[in-house]
Design a protein around this ligand. Structure first.
Ligand SMILES: [Zn+2]
Length: 443
């Protein structure tokens, strides 16, 4: 296979029925050719760079996980005074644990050995009663990919989470070292990347996506508990030392974070092994490790350092973010098209037509002609226009679906003024309130 063919076949790989022989030939070529391997990696990272992968916001749906550690997702919202009773109860349990010495935090009730669900319950309560916590994890992901993204094939990177509850508000900061960062002040969330993207919105935006549940100790435990009770194939084991109890759970992957590869068509899900180490002194989760397993291959995807609770955090430091001289803050709620005729035209477009129109606006040097579609590129528009002005776009493909992605990919050929051609692609999605095509990546 030639490199030129490989790039051409990338478009075919998005189609549902690809010739297995072509897939295999691409896979083989990628093993030998570093340039095409890099092209493939780049392609797989094109999408989801700009917006949350699951676009849960826009006021339509609730976030997948509860933001406040005090609220459980199962129960309706209670009057604040009930919340304080819950906290008081949790604190009482916490104090009881402290008072009765090393091994007695986990109440044994009538049983000789406390049951695994009971240990989970008690640790969840302890975790909720902690005023603050700090944890660092190493996870297989990339610096600037959104927080739904974990990939067993990626290298490890360090991610830190700090969370503080003060005056009935929760402040938190989730930071990929040298990459994407999110802060929340319990009213607004802000997310930015080193690439210059900066968006803000209300808590419904849930920028942290699947990761917030992986990084919040009690949510992590709640999800395992649910996964254990819902599936007959799920199981757990417990071991203990003088100071710790370790529970290892074997479940399907919980949360919503699985990244699909184009070259692997099978929809098989991962099995998940989670090792939780609890302190007997206070019942709190001390450390966690997660492995994903598929086709007999077991990979460690996440490993925490020691989790620290009740440390003195300062709200203003937690929510520190770049100011408007450094980044342009975009609202996560996209602007709406007011003119009914224009809106009708935009909503009737196919992705292919939209791509053609947007690319033409750029090569004509008139990006404002596709302003709505290029909303997420607002900050980069001057550079982008400069780079594409005078180029020619041809061979614009039909929209291709990409597994595990809400939008579509359109392929095209770009010819620069000096005659060089390049195979390129653009990611478009329209899961916004008005249903118009917006560029999500690739430019
Ligand atoms: Zn090649």
């Amino acid at each position: 296979m030639k490199c030129e063919d490989f790039k051409k076949y990338m478009a075919d790989l998005c189609d549902k029925q690809t010739d297995p022989a072509i897939t295999e030939a691409c896979r083989q070529h990628m093993k030998e050719c570093a340039a095409c391997r890099a092209y493939y990696e780049d392609f797989m990272h094109t999408v989801n760079l700009l917006t949350p992968k699951y676009a849960p916001s826009f006021g339509k749906t609730q976030p997948a996980v509860s933001i406040s550690p005090l609220q459980t997702t199962a129960k309706p919202k209670k009057h604040p005074s009930h919340k304080w009773i819950q906290i008081a109860a949790a604190v009482a349990i916490f104090m009881a644990g402290l008072g009765t010495g090393l091994s007695n935090f986990f109440s044994t009730q009538a049983e000789a050995v406390p049951s695994i669900p009971l240990i989970f319950d008690q640790s969840i309560k302890s975790s909720r009663s902690a005023a603050s916590f700090s944890m660092s994890v190493y996870a297989r992901t990339t610096p600037n990919e959104n927080f739904a993204y974990i990939n067993p094939k990626s290298g490890f990177m360090r991610i830190s989470l700090e969370s503080l509850r003060q005056n009935q508000k929760t402040f938190w900061r989730l930071e990929k070292e040298g990459g994407r960062t999110i802060v929340s002040d319990d009213g607004k969330q802000y997310m930015w990347t080193t690439g210059g993207l900066a968006v803000c919105g209300d808590e419904k935006c849930n920028f942290a996506e699947g990761f917030s549940s992986l990084l919040r100790p009690e949510t992590l435990l709640e999800q395992q508990k649910a996964a254990l009770s819902g599936n007959p194939q799920a199981h757990a084991e417990m071991t203990e030392t003088d100071s710790t109890i370790t529970i290892v759970t074997h479940t399907d992957v919980y949360g919503n974070a699985v990244s699909a590869s184009l070259l692997e068509k099978e929809e098989k899900s991962y099995r998940c092994t989670t090792e939780n180490v609890f302190s007997k002194r206070d019942g709190l989760l001390q450390q966690v490790q997660i492995w994903w397993e598929r086709d007999g291959q077991k990979t460690l995807v996440l490993k925490s350092e020691h989790i620290v609770y009740n440390l003195p955090l300062v709200p203003s430091v937690l929510v520190q973010r770049p100011d408007t001289t450094q980044v342009t803050w975009l609202s996560a709620n996209t602007p709406s098209v007011k003119d009914p005729a224009h809106l009708r035209k935009l909503t009737n477009e196919t992705a292919q037509e939209a791509a053609q129109r947007i690319l033409k606006a750029l090569t004509d040097g008139k990006p404002q002609m596709a302003g709505e579609a290029l909303y997420y590129y607002t900050a980069q528009l001057p550079t982008l226009t400069e780079n594409m002005k005078g180029c020619k776009v041809s061979a614009v493909s039909q929209a291709k679906e990409k597994k595990d992605y809400k939008g579509v990919i359109v392929f095209y050929k770009l010819t620069t003024p000096d005659g060089n051609t390049e195979n390129r692609h653009i990611a478009l999605r329209r899961d916004n309130p008005q249903g118009i095509w917006m560029v999500d990546g690739g430019l």
